[in-house]
Unconditional design. Structure first.
Ligand code: C5P
Length: 220
Protein backbone atom coordinates (compact mmCIF):
# COMPACT_ATOMS: atom_id res chain seq x y z
CA UNK A 1 0.00 0.00 0.00
CA UNK A 2 0.99 3.68 -0.06
CA UNK A 3 3.72 4.83 -2.44
CA UNK A 4 6.48 2.50 -3.58
CA UNK A 5 9.81 3.73 -4.99
CA UNK A 6 11.11 1.72 -7.93
CA UNK A 7 14.72 2.60 -8.71
CA UNK A 8 16.22 1.12 -11.90
CA UNK A 9 19.97 0.82 -11.32
CA UNK A 10 20.82 -2.06 -13.64
CA UNK A 11 22.48 -0.08 -16.43
CA UNK A 12 26.08 -0.70 -17.38
CA UNK A 13 26.81 3.01 -17.85
CA UNK A 14 28.81 2.49 -21.02
CA UNK A 15 28.76 6.22 -21.81
CA UNK A 16 30.32 6.96 -18.41
CA UNK A 17 33.53 5.05 -19.19
CA UNK A 18 34.04 3.71 -15.65
CA UNK A 19 35.05 0.10 -15.00
CA UNK A 20 31.91 -0.90 -13.06
CA UNK A 21 28.14 -0.60 -13.52
CA UNK A 22 27.12 3.04 -13.14
CA UNK A 23 25.10 2.72 -9.92
CA UNK A 24 28.19 1.37 -8.14
CA UNK A 25 30.48 4.25 -9.09
CA UNK A 26 31.73 6.27 -6.13
CA UNK A 27 30.70 9.90 -5.67
CA UNK A 28 33.10 10.73 -2.85
CA UNK A 29 32.54 8.12 -0.15
CA UNK A 30 29.16 6.77 -1.26
CA UNK A 31 27.96 5.14 -4.45
CA UNK A 32 25.41 6.56 -6.89
CA UNK A 33 23.00 3.83 -5.71
CA UNK A 34 23.36 4.73 -2.00
CA UNK A 35 22.83 8.43 -2.76
CA UNK A 36 19.65 7.79 -4.70
CA UNK A 37 18.16 5.44 -2.11
CA UNK A 38 19.11 7.83 0.70
CA UNK A 39 17.41 10.77 -1.02
CA UNK A 40 14.26 8.71 -1.63
CA UNK A 41 14.15 7.62 2.02
CA UNK A 42 14.72 11.15 3.31
CA UNK A 43 11.63 12.32 1.42
CA UNK A 44 9.50 10.19 3.83
CA UNK A 45 7.17 9.49 0.90
CA UNK A 46 7.75 5.76 0.55
CA UNK A 47 6.45 2.67 2.32
CA UNK A 48 8.95 0.55 0.35
CA UNK A 49 11.98 1.09 -1.85
CA UNK A 50 12.76 -1.46 -4.57
CA UNK A 51 16.04 -1.23 -6.47
CA UNK A 52 16.86 -3.12 -9.66
CA UNK A 53 20.55 -3.95 -10.27
CA UNK A 54 22.62 -6.14 -12.59
CA UNK A 55 22.20 -9.81 -11.69
CA UNK A 56 25.78 -10.25 -10.45
CA UNK A 57 25.47 -7.16 -8.21
CA UNK A 58 22.39 -8.25 -6.24
CA UNK A 59 24.30 -9.45 -3.15
CA UNK A 60 26.57 -6.41 -3.12
CA UNK A 61 23.58 -4.07 -3.45
CA UNK A 62 21.86 -5.74 -0.48
CA UNK A 63 24.89 -4.80 1.63
CA UNK A 64 25.03 -1.22 0.31
CA UNK A 65 21.32 -0.43 0.72
CA UNK A 66 19.90 -2.75 3.41
CA UNK A 67 16.76 -0.55 3.66
CA UNK A 68 15.77 -1.46 0.10
CA UNK A 69 14.52 -4.63 -1.57
CA UNK A 70 16.91 -5.66 -4.34
CA UNK A 71 15.98 -7.51 -7.52
CA UNK A 72 17.90 -8.38 -10.71
CA UNK A 73 17.28 -6.29 -13.84
CA UNK A 74 17.43 -6.95 -17.57
CA UNK A 75 19.07 -5.85 -20.80
CA UNK A 76 16.95 -2.72 -21.40
CA UNK A 77 15.71 -0.19 -18.87
CA UNK A 78 12.13 -1.27 -19.53
CA UNK A 79 13.10 -4.89 -18.70
CA UNK A 80 14.51 -3.67 -15.40
CA UNK A 81 11.36 -1.67 -14.64
CA UNK A 82 9.24 -4.76 -15.35
CA UNK A 83 11.42 -6.86 -13.03
CA UNK A 84 10.72 -4.31 -10.29
CA UNK A 85 7.00 -4.15 -11.07
CA UNK A 86 6.81 -7.93 -10.75
CA UNK A 87 7.60 -7.79 -7.02
CA UNK A 88 5.47 -4.78 -6.05
CA UNK A 89 2.28 -6.61 -5.17
CA UNK A 90 -0.26 -4.25 -3.59
CA UNK A 91 0.46 -0.52 -3.93
CA UNK A 92 -1.52 2.63 -4.66
CA UNK A 93 1.21 4.72 -6.23
CA UNK A 94 4.63 4.00 -7.77
CA UNK A 95 7.43 6.51 -8.36
CA UNK A 96 10.05 5.33 -10.85
CA UNK A 97 13.39 7.02 -10.39
CA UNK A 98 16.69 6.61 -12.26
CA UNK A 99 19.44 5.72 -9.80
CA UNK A 100 21.68 7.80 -12.08
CA UNK A 101 19.91 10.99 -10.86
CA UNK A 102 21.85 10.67 -7.62
CA UNK A 103 21.63 14.31 -6.47
CA UNK A 104 17.83 14.54 -6.70
CA UNK A 105 16.58 16.45 -3.63
CA UNK A 106 13.98 14.71 -1.39
CA UNK A 107 11.54 17.58 -2.13
CA UNK A 108 11.10 16.43 -5.70
CA UNK A 109 9.75 13.03 -4.60
CA UNK A 110 7.27 14.88 -2.38
CA UNK A 111 6.15 17.16 -5.22
CA UNK A 112 5.46 14.23 -7.56
CA UNK A 113 3.73 12.14 -4.88
CA UNK A 114 1.53 15.10 -3.81
CA UNK A 115 0.29 15.51 -7.38
CA UNK A 116 -0.72 11.84 -7.47
CA UNK A 117 -2.45 12.15 -4.10
CA UNK A 118 -4.36 15.09 -5.57
CA UNK A 119 -5.76 12.83 -8.27
CA UNK A 120 -3.28 12.71 -11.14
CA UNK A 121 -2.80 9.41 -12.98
CA UNK A 122 0.75 10.14 -14.10
CA UNK A 123 3.22 12.90 -13.18
CA UNK A 124 6.59 13.92 -14.62
CA UNK A 125 9.05 16.58 -13.38
CA UNK A 126 10.09 18.95 -16.16
CA UNK A 127 12.43 21.88 -16.77
CA UNK A 128 12.32 24.54 -19.48
CA UNK A 129 14.82 24.05 -22.28
CA UNK A 130 17.60 26.65 -22.11
CA UNK A 131 19.39 26.08 -25.40
CA UNK A 132 18.05 27.05 -28.81
CA UNK A 133 16.79 23.93 -30.56
CA UNK A 134 17.06 23.16 -34.27
CA UNK A 135 15.84 20.27 -36.32
CA UNK A 136 18.68 19.03 -38.52
CA UNK A 137 19.16 16.68 -41.43
CA UNK A 138 21.19 13.90 -39.81
CA UNK A 139 22.74 12.88 -43.11
CA UNK A 140 24.14 16.17 -44.45
CA UNK A 141 24.11 18.00 -41.05
CA UNK A 142 22.21 21.00 -42.39
CA UNK A 143 19.69 22.93 -40.34
CA UNK A 144 16.10 22.33 -41.44
CA UNK A 145 14.39 24.69 -39.00
CA UNK A 146 14.51 26.30 -35.56
CA UNK A 147 12.03 24.73 -33.13
CA UNK A 148 9.97 26.93 -30.78
CA UNK A 149 11.40 25.98 -27.39
CA UNK A 150 8.76 27.88 -25.40
CA UNK A 151 6.46 24.86 -25.46
CA UNK A 152 9.18 22.25 -24.94
CA UNK A 153 10.27 20.74 -21.61
CA UNK A 154 13.08 18.41 -20.63
CA UNK A 155 11.76 15.48 -18.61
CA UNK A 156 13.37 14.05 -15.48
CA UNK A 157 12.55 11.41 -12.89
CA UNK A 158 10.99 10.54 -10.42
CA UNK A 159 7.97 9.85 -12.62
CA UNK A 160 4.86 9.01 -10.62
CA UNK A 161 1.93 6.77 -11.54
CA UNK A 162 -1.07 5.12 -10.03
CA UNK A 163 -0.12 1.48 -9.74
CA UNK A 164 -3.03 0.57 -12.01
CA UNK A 165 -1.96 2.89 -14.85
CA UNK A 166 1.63 1.69 -14.66
CA UNK A 167 0.65 -1.97 -14.79
CA UNK A 168 -1.51 -1.34 -17.85
CA UNK A 169 1.26 0.63 -19.57
CA UNK A 170 3.91 -2.03 -19.06
CA UNK A 171 1.57 -4.87 -19.96
CA UNK A 172 1.43 -3.36 -23.46
CA UNK A 173 5.25 -3.52 -23.70
CA UNK A 174 5.36 -0.70 -26.23
CA UNK A 175 8.43 1.29 -27.09
CA UNK A 176 9.13 4.54 -25.20
CA UNK A 177 12.21 6.20 -23.76
CA UNK A 178 10.47 6.79 -20.44
CA UNK A 179 7.64 5.23 -18.47
CA UNK A 180 5.32 8.20 -18.92
CA UNK A 181 5.60 7.67 -22.68
CA UNK A 182 3.93 4.27 -22.29
CA UNK A 183 1.11 5.80 -20.25
CA UNK A 184 0.66 8.54 -22.88
CA UNK A 185 0.43 5.88 -25.57
CA UNK A 186 -2.62 4.48 -23.76
CA UNK A 187 -4.28 7.90 -23.93
CA UNK A 188 -3.90 8.76 -20.23
CA UNK A 189 -3.19 12.32 -19.14
CA UNK A 190 0.28 13.04 -17.83
CA UNK A 191 0.65 16.01 -15.45
CA UNK A 192 3.87 18.01 -15.14
CA UNK A 193 5.47 19.51 -12.02
CA UNK A 194 8.57 21.69 -11.68
CA UNK A 195 11.71 19.61 -11.92
CA UNK A 196 15.03 20.39 -10.27
CA UNK A 197 18.44 21.03 -11.80
CA UNK A 198 20.00 18.75 -9.18
CA UNK A 199 17.92 15.88 -10.60
CA UNK A 200 20.18 15.79 -13.68
CA UNK A 201 21.15 12.35 -14.91
CA UNK A 202 24.76 11.28 -14.54
CA UNK A 203 25.40 9.94 -18.03
CA UNK A 204 28.85 11.08 -19.18
CA UNK A 205 32.25 11.58 -17.54
CA UNK A 206 31.46 15.31 -17.50
CA UNK A 207 28.26 14.71 -15.50
CA UNK A 208 30.18 12.53 -13.04
CA UNK A 209 32.68 15.31 -12.54
CA UNK A 210 29.90 17.85 -11.93
CA UNK A 211 28.23 15.53 -9.40
CA UNK A 212 31.48 15.02 -7.49
CA UNK A 213 32.24 18.75 -7.49
CA UNK A 214 28.76 19.63 -6.21
CA UNK A 215 29.02 17.10 -3.39
CA UNK A 216 32.53 18.23 -2.43
CA UNK A 217 31.28 21.82 -2.42
CA UNK A 218 28.36 20.92 -0.14
CA UNK A 219 30.69 19.10 2.25
CA UNK A 220 32.83 22.20 2.85
O1 C5P B 1 21.56 4.64 -19.20
P1 C5P B 1 20.69 5.63 -18.51
O2 C5P B 1 21.43 6.47 -17.52
O3 C5P B 1 19.83 6.43 -19.42
O4 C5P B 1 19.67 4.75 -17.64
C1 C5P B 1 18.74 5.36 -16.79
C2 C5P B 1 18.53 4.49 -15.54
O5 C5P B 1 18.01 3.21 -15.93
C3 C5P B 1 19.84 4.23 -14.79
O6 C5P B 1 19.64 4.44 -13.41
C4 C5P B 1 20.18 2.82 -15.15
O7 C5P B 1 20.87 2.10 -14.14
C5 C5P B 1 18.80 2.19 -15.37
N1 C5P B 1 18.86 1.02 -16.28
C6 C5P B 1 18.42 -0.23 -15.83
N2 C5P B 1 18.51 -1.34 -16.66
C7 C5P B 1 19.02 -1.22 -17.90
C8 C5P B 1 19.45 0.05 -18.38
C9 C5P B 1 19.35 1.17 -17.56
O8 C5P B 1 17.97 -0.34 -14.69
N3 C5P B 1 19.11 -2.32 -18.65
Amino acid sequence: TGTVALIPAAGMGTRLGEDQPKAFVDLGGTTILERSVDSALRSSVFSRVIVVVPEDMVEHARELVPEAEVVAGGAERSDSVRAGLAVIGAAERVLIHDAARALTPPDLFVRVDDELRNGATAVVPVLPVVDTLKRVDTVDHEVIETVDRAKLRAVQTPQGFTHTALQLAHAESGDATDDAGLVEALGSRVQTVHGDQYAFKITTAFDLRIARLLLADEAT
